[in-house]
Design a protein around this ligand. Structure first.
Ligand SMILES: Cc1cc2nc3c(=O)[nH]c(=O)nc-3n(C[C@H](O)[C@H](O)[C@H](O)COP(=O)(O)OP(=O)(O)OC[C@H]3O[C@@H](n4cnc5c(N)ncnc54)[C@H](O)[C@@H]3O)c2cc1C
Length: 436
């Protein structure tokens, strides 16, 4: 039987599998569709800052593959190697066994991982925000540090425990810092210390916060951050990371035990292994999402450099907005390559961003209409509820938002994600030499 193998269950792989299966069922086609992923869910990443801030439960932002993908066989594993000429691939299952499968069509949607730099101590002591393990760890770790600071008697250690450094002032880093701030504020009230003693520093090498929302909204965001007591330092990054302090690129030092590295992403490690042309770490593809020179191989989403037909010469940015739509086009074009339907090129004009800035505030620029404050908050929350591809998740997240209106956040570290679980290597699959 003809087989299609999809690698990765993020927005792109998930939408591709759904669309492809639907299209093939419509034609009564007998094609075997498999989706291989290390996880059994599609992660709704835009709400990871809410998970880190203790606003939304991690389970609510994961959409199970089990009953969402009719006609698709889901396989737990991480793809290690692809033989493009032999039409096979090998993957490692959760029990570390290596298995091999063959394919007639291959869809590469392994997404992206946090972009790391060669900064001493970064991989060991900083944590990212790309997985549930990282988000849950950041919440638990911050609360634990605040609890320990409450009973510590060494001033320097207390200062380090009560200081959080977030690196990356684009939308995910900014959303993270305000959510952690809100969590620390609630912790202060409930645990009996002055929340203002918890310091937040947001760093970025750029000269502006969130350049993606434009100057006017960017200034509003900076004002909100200032009002919330976040110390925004632009034109700076980390030079060294140690267990209880960091050194910045201007040689200044900050005592801290919590460092979040949210500076951007690069294509998943599998992409580099293919030995095919890439652009900014992403696999080069044509506008019909085929890999040049390999008509049976397709790719899209964060893993691929998809030409942006609305802005010639550019590639589409790594956002869920594009990933979802590219996934649908992938499904259609893979079906067409098997003789079912007609292919089309990917074309989508960016619809803007929504950025939730914690209690009572957000900014958004849907269809280039600039919104801030409560109207933006309403649009941001409604957008996420609409975009989440499962009613149960919408219900649970909606209830979490409602609960937040009437009650304080729970100040509790559940302890489901350890420091090791949240390492870039374990949680995102980035190959790193272990320092210990
Ligand atoms: C904190 C955060 C907030 C964000 N907020 C927004 C937002 O508000 N709006 C927006 O538009 N975008 C947002 N994004 C960006 C958005 O999440 C990505 O663009 C989107 O997830 C890309 O989808 P994808 O399917 O290409 O990749 P991913 O979502 O990264 O999924 C890749 C999948 O492939 C799997 N995988 C990786 N390697 C392998 C392998 N070797 N074998 C098998 N499977 C593999 C992964 O486990 C995962 O399931 C945010 C991202 C983050 C991290």
């Amino acid at each position: 039987m003809t087989s299609v193998v999809i690698v990765g269950s993020g927005f792109t792989g998930f939408e591709c599998a759904r669309r492809l299966s639907r299209q093939l069922r419509k034609h009564n086609a007998s094609v075997d569709i498999s989706l291989i992923s290390p996880v059994d869910y599609m992660l709704y990443t835009p709400l990871l800052p809410d998970v880190a801030g203790g606003l939304v439960d991690a389970r609510f932002v994961t959409v199970p593959l089990a009953n969402a993908l009719t006609g698709v066989r889901t396989v737990r594993g991480r793809v290690d190697d692809v033989d493009l000429d032999g039409h096979t691939l090998s993957y490692t299952d959760p029990e570390h066994r290596t298995r091999s499968v063959s394919w007639d069509r291959l869809v590469l949607t392994p997404g992206s991982v946090t972009r790391l730099f060669d900064i001493p101590g970064l991989a060991e002591y900083a944590r990212g925000l790309k997985s549930t393990a990282e988000a849950v760890y950041l919440r638990d770790h911050l609360l634990e540090q605040l609890e320990l600071a409450n009973i510590d008697d060494d001033d320097r250690r207390i200062r380090a425990r009560r200081t959080v450094v977030v690196v990356g002032a684009s939308y995910s880093g900014t959303e993270l810092v305000v959510q952690l701030r809100a969590l620390a504020d609630t912790a202060g009230e409930q645990m009996g210390f002055d929340p203002n003693e918890v310091k937040f520093v947001l760093l970025d090498t750029a000269e502006k916060v969130m350049p993606e929302v434009g100057d006017k909204l960017g200034e509003r965001v900076q004002q909100v951050l200032r009002d919330r007591g976040v110390d925004v330092r632009l034109g700076l990054t980390l030079k060294e990371v140690h267990p209880d302090y960091v050194v910045l690129s201007d040689d200044s030092r900050i005592d801290t035990r919590t460092v979040a590295w949210v500076t951007g992403v690069t294509g998943a490690p599998l992409i580099e292994k293919l030995g095919l042309p890439t652009e900014r770490g992403r696999l080069k593809v044509q506008a019909d999402l085929r890999v040049p020179g390999h008509p049976d191989v397709f790719s899209a989403g964060d893993a691929a450099a998809v030409p942006d037909l609305t802005q010639p010469g550019k590639i589409t940015p790594p956002t869920a907005q594009h990933a979802i739509r590219q996934g649908k086009v992938l499904g259609r074009n893979v079906a067409a390559s098997l003789g079912y339907g007609k292919p089309k090129d990917y074309r989508h004009s960016d619809m803007g961003l929504v950025v939730d800035l914690g209690p009572h505030y957000a900014v958004a620029n849907p269809l280039n209409i600039h919104l801030s404050g409560y109207p933006a908050k309403f649009v941001a929350r409604m957008y996420h509820l609409y975009a989440m591809p499962r009613a149960v998740n919408r219900w649970a997240v909606g209830l979490a938002y409602l609960t937040d209106v009437f009650f304080d956040r729970s100040v509790v570290s559940v302890g489901l994600s350890t420091q090791d679980d949240a390492r870039f290597s374990t949680s995102e699959g980035i190959p790193l030499p272990r320092a210990d």
